[in-house]
Design a protein around this ligand. Structure first.
Ligand code: SAH
Length: 213
């Protein structure tokens, strides 16, 4: 089956699962997921599943990427911060929907591989950084939207602080070991409100940089 055909089937499956935002579906249609998976999994690029990438991490399942992107309500003028670049796939999808995307990854090798993909695909509105995403990117704050793609016990305070007025964050939280839920946090005039979206499974959000890094 051709990649185009597989991509069409994936989009159909995403619609069937309730993804309705045409801008999000178009963004997913434009980003070649096969460019973000490791070679041994190339033929599974359009299966709706998470896949292993290097450094013991994963590229998220397309349905989860679609749902999180839709839940973030990204608009064209927005500046979006993503924590956990990983393969860069989610970053690339976000880059289709807004002015600027900033993404932080703690593994330098993943960040560099992702950057090569962004360049190859001509995605020039992405700024990537190697660092500890639990600290956010203070020099770029405030952000209109923040997406966290690794799970912590609590949403890091720095990220809440870097969300602008009216801003929205989507983040998984590991409430207890093995039990994670996805939340949408909105920063309103009266403070933060949170909405539960669904149970999820993400790799952990780890503080600090890996040794040698
Ligand atoms: N959005 C990614 C999902 C990658 S998995 C994709 O579409 O492929 C989550 C990523 O978060 C991993 O690469 C992991 O190394 C990274 N991560 C975990 N803790 C982090 C932290 N404190 N700062 C930055 N990145 C982190």
């Amino acid at each position: 089956m051709s990649e185009d055909r597989r991509r069409t089937l994936l989009l159909k499956a995403l619609r069937a699962q309730g993804i309705a935002d045409e801008r999000v579906l178009a963004a997913i249609a434009r980003v070649p997921r096969e460019a973000f998976v490791e070679q041994p999994f190339a033929d599974q690029a359009y299966a709706d599943q998470a896949l292993p990438i290097s450094c013991g991490q994963t590229i998220s399942q397309p349905y989860v990427v679609a749902l999180m992107t839709e839940a973030l309500r990204v608009e064209a003028p927005h500046r979006v911060l993503e924590i956990g670049t990983g393969s860069g796939y989610q970053t690339a999808v976000l880059s289709q929907l807004c002015k600027d995307v900033y993404t932080i990854e703690r593994f330098r090798s993943l960040a560099e591989a992702a950057e090569e993909r962004f360049i190859r695909l001509g995605l020039f509105n992405i700024t990537r950084q190697v660092g500890d995403g639990t600290e956010g990117m203070p020099e770029g704050a405030p952000f209109d939207r923040i997406m966290v793609t690794a799970a912590a016990r609590q949403i890091p305070e720095a990220l809440l602080q870097q969300l602008g007025p009216g801003g929205i964050m989507v983040a998984p939280v590991e409430e207890r070991p093995g039990k994670q839920n996805l939340w949408r946090i909105t920063r309103g005039e009266q403070g933060f409100t949170s909405e539960h979206l669904m149970p999820v499974r993400f790799v952990p959000l780890v503080e600090g940089l890996p040794g040698g890094g």
